[in-house]
Design a protein around this ligand. Structure first.
Ligand code: PEP
Ligand code: MG
Length: 323
């Protein structure tokens, strides 16, 4: 099957009825751009920038070092968009693995909360990302947003970083798009707050499931409760896609659900047109898209979204796969 899949590398991801789908790669370091291109990705939908920082609490990457890494990814992708997520540190991705003080780290000072509490660190990263935007198409993605003031402060910091670069006569793309991760249920329930101010949204299903179902995503004792098909999860995802469509802004899914071929048709049926995933999943998802007919998927998806019966949902998702 792998051999056959590799033939799809250059085939555009279009459904049977002619709808084009964007397939993007999740990467951790610039070297992952090789596999991303090898899988035929249309760009990078999620560059988890924290991997440049992890384990380096005592020796944080400088602006120049970060710029060099972001630039490498942007150049490697040859004009395709590269979505760089700002530092999503904390909980399962600690800056310093020896330091574990918070009782509920996933609910603590992590990701954008941490960055807003360390403005110099955040500005340094933003300048590095902006500088890389002079070398190709860069998008900035902010993790873990929940509050309106976090959106406003993040945008203000980006403007401040731009002003600093202008002052120093350093080139960058002044129109760089800024997007929000939708991964806290409060964000998915307050979408007007986001679509008004953001250029795009990206649904982080890994955390959205963790926070909606109140289960630690890395605790094996509750792993059996980690269910992407819980009706509450499906509602939040579908609402987010619909709100983006209505506002005319792109919505991607960049959590693990995007790379699960059993869920491809369900997400297509909800209106998703942008999937970001580990490069190893990309061609299998593309194959699923090539065999999908949005007209056939629609009624079953509506049925799934109306249902609150777990067995009914599971059966209908199975039926979707052969529709
Ligand atoms: C997510 O939460 O779904 C996501 C894509 O981000 P991460 O897995 O890095 O938290
Ligand atoms: Mg996340």
């Amino acid at each position: 099957a792998r051999k056959k899949l590799s033939k799809l590398k250059k085939t555009p991801a279009v459904t049977k009825d002619g709808t084009a789908i964007t397939l993007l790669a999740n990467i951790e370091l610039p070297d992952d751009c090789g596999p991303a291109l090898e899988s035929g990705a249309n760009g990078v939908g999620l560059f988890r920038s924290e991997f440049l920082f992890m384990g380096r609490a005592a020796n944080m990457p400088s602006e120049d070092e970060q710029f060099e890494q972001y630039r490498r990814a942007v150049v490697a992708m040859k004009g395709r968009p590269v979505t760089i997520r700002t530092l999503d540190i904390g909980a399962d991705k600690p800056l310093d693995p020896t330091e574990h003080t918070a009782l509920n780290p996933a609910l603590g000072l992590r990701a954008i909360r941490y960055c807003l509490s360390e403005p110099q660190l955040f500005l340094t990263q933003l300048r590095a990302i902006l500088r890389a935007s002079a070398f190709g198409k860069v998008r900035i993605l902010i993790p873990m947003l929940a509050h309106a003031f976090e959106i406003d402060q993040s945008l203000a910091m980006i403007e401040q970083a731009k002003a600093q670069l202008r002052e120093a006569n350093v080139k960058f793309d002044a129109n760089v798009d800024v997007g929000a991760m939708i991964e806290i249920p409060a964000a998915a329930l307050a979408l007007p707050m986001f679509v008004r101010k953001m250029n795009f949204l990206s649904i982080g299903t890994n955390d959205l499931i963790q926070y909606t179902l109140a289960i630690d995503r890395v605790d094996y004792e509750v792993a059996h409760l980690y269910n992407p098909l819980h009706p509450a999860i499906l509602q939040l995802i579908s609402m987010t896609i619909a709100a983006g469509q209505k506002a005319g802004i792109d919505v991607a899914v960049c959590g693990e659900m995007a790379g699960d071929t059993k869920l491809t048709r369900l997400l297509l049926g909800m209106g998703l047109r942008e999937f970001s995933m580990h490069p190893a999943q990309l061609l299998a998802v593309k194959q699923e898209i090539l065999n999908s007919d949005l007209g056939a998927i629609a009624p079953l998806t509506r049925k799934i979204l109306r249902s609150t019966d777990p067995d009914g949902i599971a059966d209908a998702v199975l039926a979707l796969q052969t529709s």
